[in-house]
Design a protein around this ligand. Structure first.
Ligand code: ZN
Length: 114
């Protein structure tokens, strides 16, 4: 399971780097919007900024959720339940775990849920 641990840690690092990028963008946009708000809060520029902010906010939430999923997968790895489908109890399978290291369910159960 050494390979799984390395994959999860790499996945986590990538997600955290993405989060840092998004947060940096977010702060830059907030700073820019503070400048424009001094003008007129009804100008069209303000609406664009609000849209960008909510888009980035949604991405930030997604990436944070992913980090939490990866952390949960690392916990399962420590507990010895990693790679076991949470729904049917069968092995998730190495190919799926390679593509989605934080997967909780096998591909069959994921398809049934979707
Ligand atoms: Zn399953």
């Amino acid at each position: 399971m050494d390979g799984a641990r390395r994959r999860l840690e790499r996945e986590r690092d990538q997600a955290l780097a993405r989060l840092a990028d998004l947060t940096g963008d977010h702060e830059a946009i907030v700073a820019a919007s503070l400048d424009t708000n001094a003008d007129d809060e009804h100008d069209p520029e303000g609406a664009t900024i609000a849209f960008e902010r909510s888009q980035i906010g949604a991405l930030v939430r997604q990436v944070r959720h992913h980090v939490a999923e990866v952390d949960a997968a690392i916990d399962r790895l420590v507990a010895g339940t990693y790679g076991v489908c949470e729904v049917c109890g069968r092995d998730i399978g190495p190919a799926r775990l390679e593509a989605l290291p934080a997967a909780r369910t096998c591909i069959g159960c994921a398809a049934r849920r979707a």
